[in-house]
Design a protein around this ligand. Sequence first.
Ligand code: ADP
Length: 165
Amino acid sequence: MIEIITADITTLEVDAIVNAANNSLLGGGGVDGAIHRAAGPLLLKYCKTLDGCRTGEAKISPGFELPARRVIHTVGPVWQGGDHYEAALLRACYTNSFELALQNDVRSIAFPAISTGVYGFPKTAAAEIAIASMQDFEDRFDRIIACCFHEADAELYRQVLNRRM
Ligand code: ADP
């Protein structure tokens, strides 16, 4: 089941939340900053051992002080007009995050809208990629949560999901 909610992802009690990180994995603004603040300093200490992350790939850490048991850090593409493999890279973020989750016995997972903040990916195109990826993995998880920060983003996700059903 795909659940579309409006919430602060740092409050969710799930097996894993996904972080829209940057290549350094050493924290940043937006959802990344919120996750690091809520997880406490041990997350940064752990992330320093991960040696960064390439765009489209994913790495996993404990959740430390978060209610979520783990954090899957993935790095979305920066939107550069659409002809720099942005769509394929965003798709890879979702696929690689799901694959890493499965390898770690994650049954419930929540995603933010990767790349749609500072990285500037157009929201409708990003929502279509997110929902399509979630549908691909739907059968292999108990809960897949699309965690939007603003109700307007959740409404867009619902429209995209309805169109695809
Ligand atoms: P990116 O650099 O990948 O664009 P951002 O953090 O700037 O990442 O934005 C990604 C999405 O995360 C945006 O839709 C933003 O509204 C959302 N977001 C920001 N903070 C939170 C939060 N605490 N919980 C869930 N989503 C959040």
